[in-house]
Design a protein around this ligand. Structure first.
Ligand code: UT7
Length: 331
């Protein structure tokens, strides 16, 4: 028997704001077309949080659904990890705000920032605490309100992103099930391709930073695109090999939902049929750290993922970062 405890996902949940913003509405806001957005990205619409709603509000709702789905109570949670690039504020962490909101009194809580790879980083970190016997139940949330840091006059970025939250509860599962292998990686030297330059200690917020749009997402889309296509396939393959399985063994893949062309070319490189790949970016756009857990929750609820299935999660994002996990579904 493995000396470590087997760790898997025993509950999932997700929540997206009600307000939809369609490509046709965007046509009235910036110099773009529904046709361009659909053909270049696959996105038709996205959800946008209202002025009163912050990331923790979306995270709280997704968390409550996931905890219920796991058959637990908030008091059963030992640790809360929130992956986000759009925290409510610098501190307290969004994880601490969620802890208060859900009443998870005994939980430790911290935020983790690995941009769009954040959920996979989060479950991989959480796994270590459970497999070593330190904690029993860990809530991992990917939650974002990207709409709050987008320049709605910049067509290169504002058409791509959306708001939402997804959550998962990690716990011990049956032997042979759960997280079989994960790979995480980073290339900090290429970090400038995707940034929110101001508001931290390098360029503190000032009137000038606001006037120069330095609090908005800035991206070199084609560089990120090239990186994404390469790393999605490489990372998923590496995690699969580390788990002792082959690509043919994968029953279902949940990729980061940034661009349908990135997903299709990664699937092609891996020789995985698109029937086995979950896509919901047409409805939500890129929700950064929330993309993978929202897609995972939908796939589980739609019956696409069931006990014994081998599930591959894979993501890339700002940092630059990437990650992939291979999970034998236990629920
Ligand atoms: O989670 C990680 C975050 N980011 C990503 O994953 C983004 C990865 N990159 C991409 O998805 C793609 O690179 C984009 C969707 C951002 C852009 O697609 P592309 O096929 O790489 O287009 P491009 O950047 O090469 O731009 C082609 C043209 C440009 O016009 P010119 O210079 O050829 O005249 C852009 O100005 O498309 C123009 N363009 C637009 N036109 C209409 C850029 N954005 C728009 C727009 N509507 N929204």
């Amino acid at each position: 028997m493995n000396k470590f405890l087997p760790v898997g996902i025993i509950g999932t949940g997700s929540y997206v704001p009600e307000k939809e913003l369609t490509n046709l509405e965007l046509e009235k806001m910036v110099d773009t077309t529904d046709e361009w957005i659909k053909t270049r990205t696959g996105i038709s619409k996205r959800r946008i949080a209202d002025a009163e709603t912050a990331t923790s509000d979306l995270a709280t709702k997704a968390a409550q659904i996931a905890i219920k789905d796991a058959g637990l109570l908030p008091e059963d949670i030992d640790l809360i990890i929130v992956a986000t690039v759009t925290p409510d504020m610098s501190f307290p962490s969004t994880a601490c705000i969620v802890q208060k909101n859900i009443g998870a009194k005994k939980a430790a809580a911290f935020d983790l920032e690995a941009a769009c790879s954040g959920f996979i980083y989060g479950i991989t970190v959480g796994e270590q605490f459970i497999k070593s016997g330190i904690y029993k139940n860990i809530l991992v949330i990917g939650a974002e309100t990207l709409s709050k840091i987008l320049n709605w006059k910049d067509r290169n970025t504002c058409v791509l992103f959306g708001d939402g939250a997804g959550a998962a509860v990690l716990s011990q599962v049956d032997e042979g099930y759960g997280m079989l292998a994960s790979t995480l990686g980073a290339d900090g030297a290429s970090g400038d391709y995707l940034t929110q330059p101001a508001g931290g200690s390098r360029i503190p917020a000032s009137l000038e930073t606001v006037e120069n749009n330095l609090h908005y997402v800035q991206m070199d889309g084609s560089e990120v695109f090239k990186f994404a296509v390469r790393i999605m396939a490489k990372s998923a393959l590496q995690a699969t090999e580390n788990s002792g399985l082959k690509i043919e063994d994968i029953d279902y893949m949940i990729p980061h939902q940034a661009n349908i062309r990135i997903i299709e070319s990664a699937a092609k490189r891996l020789n995985i049929s698109m029937d086995k790949v979950y896509v919901n970016l047409n409805n939500y756009g890129n929700m950064s750290a929330a993309s993978v857990p929202v897609a995972l929750d939908e796939a589980v609820r739609n019956g696409k993922i069931k006990r014994d299935d081998i599930v591959s999660l894979v993501a890339f994002g700002g940092g630059l970062t990437w990650g992939s996990s291979i999970i034998k579904w236990a629920k």
